[in-house]
Design a protein around this ligand. Sequence first.
Ligand code: 5AD
Ligand code: SF4
Ligand code: FES
Length: 360
Amino acid sequence: MEQIQAIINLAAGGGKPDQAALAALLGCEGEDEARLLAAADRVRKQSMGERVHLRGLIEFSNYCERNCLYCGLRRANGSLVRYRMEGEEILAVARAGAALGYRTVVLQSGEDSCYTAKMLAEVVCRLKSELDLAVTLSVGERSREEYKLWREAGADRYLLKHETADRELYQALHPDMTFDNRRRCLYWLRELGYQVGSGCMVGLPGQTLESLADDLLFMQELDVEMAGIGPFIPNPSTPLGHCQGGTAGLTLKMIAAARLLLPQAHLPATTALGTVDSQGRQKALQAGANVVMPNITPNRYRRMYEIYPNKICLDDNPAHCRNCIGGIIAGLGRTVATDCGHSPKGDFAAAGTLSEAGTQ
Ligand code: 5AD
Ligand code: SF4
Ligand code: FES
């Protein structure tokens, strides 16, 4: 008990707990666990304030050329009906999102090379010129040149979860991908000046507390602007369908530990956490999280973006989700941020101020 409190104090004070200390922290229970979540809530309040940033998520294609063992979009899953939205349709969805008050849109898809770098650059460029939005891309591993083109087109941020910092587990879960290339991509994004989001799944088969500690240490080393942490949810249409999933409890401890180690990072209360626990997002917002990413994908496509089963909000339209989230945030005594929520870290905060000033 004293040992856990010492680790909490060290991390909350800007110290650097090592792998063993972080693994012990993630294994804590009862009163220690409550103290960890409360400490993360305090650090969140101090460094990020009471405002919650919303990001409108557009799932624009569910085609994927990869075969990640855990994911329903994997190419070998023949039971999924596939769709692609065209550039114009993506723009229309983003406009509708902006009309609902979103100041960031996240364009996400499987790894779908059907969208050339040029096509996506064009979409980004039009979004940035027509709407007053921050744009996040999340389309997987591409070449440095492609990332550069999108950055030059105006993309502000990029999400590429590292998924797991355990090299062997990573290789076992990703048949045609490499651990090293994933990391290379993340360092390229960092060099190119993106606000970088990484993250991992919690409760993967074979994952240990030590390996979760390494996830935290990796994100600290990369000094991410965002960290998406969600439970693994077994999908029966994948080879891991029979495995156990991650728990809300361990996921919340990971989010809380991430807040202590990364006081200035944006931490979303993930949809996956809201799926395994109906109060999961609320709990995350009270344990370090300060971002929610409501889905603004049109309803006719939502059901088909089936990464895992029983995803929340499948029958709810974007306006409904916007209201629902607004209610949840108000219910916690917090407010919805009205700015686009760039990273508060040095360079990015300055960029945010400039673009905000330019629109007034
Ligand atoms: N459970 C939880 N999260 C998953 N993802 C993919 N499959 C699953 C699953 N079964 C997450 C991964 C990936 C993102 C597209 O969704 O972290 O980065
Ligand atoms: Fe494709 Fe991403 Fe799913 Fe892997 S996790 S199969 S890359 S959508
Ligand atoms: Fe979609 Fe609550 S966020 S219904």
